[in-house]
Design a protein around this ligand. Structure first.
Ligand SMILES: Cc1cc2nc3c(=O)[nH]c(=O)nc-3n(C[C@H](O)[C@H](O)[C@H](O)COP(=O)(O)OP(=O)(O)OC[C@H]3O[C@@H](n4cnc5c(N)ncnc54)[C@H](O)[C@@H]3O)c2cc1C
Length: 384
């Protein structure tokens, strides 16, 4: 076991950091919507599709490479981190792993170039954590598939060019599948852009006899089980973004505590604050190690589901606590809307809910502990 990055890994991280500082730092925290321009800059630098196989147009690197790029970029500009997520960890991996030849040929190059954006259309008003209650349905009709239903909470909703719409091809859980839907498909409409607490935009998606060619179907059965490992990639992306913003908040708090004086001394000389920094540093290290473990074991493939759940749950909660304490240490200047500290706190908070809540991650981890599945559903009434 080697905890040091290789020279190649350090070079990737340092190159990504330089790119972020040179190209993204000036406009950091000013984006309202998806950072298209920065997605294209990342593509030109070879930082999209990092762990996507070369035959699919990716870089053929490892998930750890992608994590290192995410850290380097997100710490400087969180919205550029969203572009790293979208082009490496998000629904793009659903497309690259299960897309038909046509979908891969037509859509992947656009996604990898930062010219298209695909989201995950999973949640519905009555199907959040209990995703298997989703009602959006799909049926084949000649050479097409026809979709009916609604989705909510689609991140970057107004900017999406495509959505991977999760739907059912029949009544059973194993009939759940997913279909790539371009936003200009007939019968597809979007609700108005709404905002999360972080300011990021989301939108509802409506499918009313929405028709797409049948080779846009990624999976038409057993999608939750077959896609399970891919969710681990998305979860790692979520975890490392939380970690990166917490690291950025921590670094700002360290600088503040070094320079801000009260009672005639720098804040860092108060032991009450030193212990906070020690706790924060331990949490950041632990989160980073759990993320690195999950992705190192995955290499180019998908992480083990339990390791991804542990990394996400821990990183989400540790990051929120670190950012919250970092804000506290900066006092009113941390709480000011003109400081990024309050944005870090608001933004990290959402990742405790998105991509599988921390409670759902704990459910998954408990299954690993007891080596059995625990259905969250009410037991069927006995018929005796
Ligand atoms: C920032 C953000 C971005 C998102 N982006 C997208 C997106 O792009 N696409 C998309 O489809 N969705 C997206 N979502 C929605 C997200 O997937 C859901 O919010 C999430 O699955 C939880 O569903 P819910 O909000 O309906 O909460 P519910 O499922 O109603 O849960 C409410 C609370 O109960 C807890 N809970 C529920 N069931 C259990 C259980 N069995 N055991 C213990 N606790 C339980 C939950 O953890 C939560 O705390 C996003 C959400 C956020 C906050």
């Amino acid at each position: 076991m080697d905890f040091d990055l290789t020279p190649e890994q350090r070079a990737i991280r340092d190159t990504a950091r330089r790119l972020a500082e040179d190209r993204f730092a000036d406009r950091a925290f000013t984006w309202d919507g998806f950072a298209w321009e920065n997605a294209r800059t990342l593509a030109e630098a070879g930082f999209t599709g990092i762990a996507v196989p070369e035959e699919d147009g990716g870089q053929g690197g490892t998930l750890l490479d992608a994590v290192l790029v995410m850290e380097a970029v997100s710490e400087v500009c969180p919205h550029s981190g969203d572009a790293v997520q979208a082009t490496n960890f998000g629904a793009i991996r659903q497309v690259s792993t299960f897309g038909s030849e046509r979908v891969k040929r037509e859509l992947l190059p656009e996604l990898l170039a930062g010219r298209a954006l695909v989201g995950a259309g999973m949640s519905e008003t009555e199907a959040g954590s209990g995703l298997t209650d989703l009602r959006t349905n799909a049926r084949y009709d000649g050479g097409d598939v026809v979709l009916n239903g609604n989705k909510v909470w689609s991140s970057h909703g107004p900017d999406l060019t495509h959505s991977v719409v999760w739907c059912r091809f029949g009544p059973r859980t194993r009939d759940i599948g997913c279909v790539v839907v371009p936003v200009d498909a007939p019968g597809f409409t979007r609700g108005p852009g709404e905002r999360y607490m972080s300011g990021e935009r989301h939108a509802a998606l409506y499918m009313d006899d929405c028709r797409v060619p049948r080779d846009h179907v990624l999976l038409d059965n057993d999608a939750l089980r077959r896609m399970f490992t891919i969710f681990g990639v998305e979860r790692v992306g979520n975890a490392v973004r939380a970690l990166s913003l917490a690291q950025a908040a921590f670094d700002r708090a360290v600088e503040h505590a070094r320079t801000r004086e009260q009672f005639g001394r720098p804040l860092c000389e108060f032991q009450g604050l030193q212990w906070k920094f020690a706790d924060m540093r331990m949490s950041l290290d632990a989160a980073r190690l759990l993320i690195y473990r999950a992705v190192s074991n995955a290499d180019q493939g998908a992480p083990n589901a339990a390791e991804a759940a542990i990394a996400k749950c821990y990183a989400n909660e540790a990051a929120f606590e670190v950012a919250n304490q970092a804000l506290q240490i900066c006092g009113a200047s941390g709480y000011s809307a003109s400081s990024p500290m309050e944005y870090y706190v608001r933004r990290i908070r959402g990742w405790m809910i998105a991509g599988g809540s921390t409670e759902m991650m704990r459910n998954r981890i408990a299954e690993e502990v007891f080596e059995r599945r625990f259905s969250q559903r009410r037991p069927e009434p006995s018929r005796s």
